[in-house]
Write a protein that binds this ligand. Structure first.
Ligand SMILES: [Zn+2]
Length: 256
């Protein structure tokens, strides 16, 4: 009887290991600071330790283009694939994240709310400067640039028309910046419409606009085959997390 329980436990662990090893972990960062650590701010030292851990444990940092190609071709990414994403386009990403990524030879994505380029995070008290077009250009080619709504809107409580308009403004503003960008979207606050009809209209608008993937939060790993390309999940990486907690998130995501 004990033998059987052990077998079930070991079998479950092996099954879970293979399931998660074929999964894509998408990490969500916001601000990077030389000293500060809070829920939206990871310190330079923490970022270095996290990248070193990923490197030591043979995680492969993939690009947004890799992810989109894998989904288009319905083909899993290599085991232990990780996508690094940064929301909002803070100047501190250029100042502090770029040099660390260059040192490690890794790539990442910045999701840009285009109405606020060169301004500040007005949705959050204007506490931090956001990159201007020239600063966004300096991120290339280490960073890919992508969409984060024009007005940094929470789509959760918006009408289909409001969402469609905001999406179109996001694309038009990016076109006007004359910077290369990828047609991938990160929902501000992870918010998507509650109403299934509006959600469907939003996804339809994304398809028509040529947007190929969109990221919510959700805090789980993404397993192939991907069920819905507009519902990819990201892991919220916080400066208040220990390295052990970071590792748990990357390996398992949220279990329940
Ligand atoms: Zn944001």
């Amino acid at each position: 009887m004990i033998g059987l329980s052990v077998l079930v436990l070991v079998g479950g662990a092996v099954w879970y290991f293979f399931r998660t090893s074929k999964a894509l972990a998408v990490l969500m960062f916001h601000k990077i600071d030389p000293e500060r650590q809070d829920s939206l701010t990871v310190s330079v030292r923490q970022l270095e330790q996290q990248l070193a851990w990923l490197q030591t444990h043979r995680y492969q940092i993939v690009t947004l283009r890799d992810v989109m190609t894998a989904i288009d071709q319905n083909r899993p990414l290599p085991p232990r694939s990780v996508l690094l994403t940064f929301d909002d386009g803070y100047v501190n990403n250029l100042t502090y994240a770029l040099p660390v990524l260059q040192r490690f030879g890794r790539q990442a994505v910045v999701f840009v709310p285009t109405a606020f380029v060169g301004q500040c995070n007005q949705w959050d008290g204007c506490t931090e400067p956001l990159m201007n077009p020239e600063q966004l250009r300096q991120l290339l080619p280490t960073f890919e640039l992508a969409l984060h709504s024009h007005q940094h809107l929470n789509y959760k409580n918006r009408s289909a028309d409001e969402i469609r308009t905001d999406l179109q403004q996001n694309l038009n503003a990016f076109d006007a910046l004359n910077l290369p960008y990828v047609r991938a979207f990160a929902y501000p606050y992870g918010g998507r419409p509650n109403d299934p009809a509006i959600k469907q209209a939003m996804q339809q608008a994304m398809t028509e606009a040529g947007i190929r993937v969109a990221f919510r939060i959700g805090n789980r790993l993404n397993r192939f085959p991907i069920q819905n390309r507009y519902e990819l999940q990201r892991l919220d990486i916080r400066g208040t997390d220990s390295l052990a907690r970071f590792v748990r998130k990357v390996r398992w995501g949220k279990l329940f």
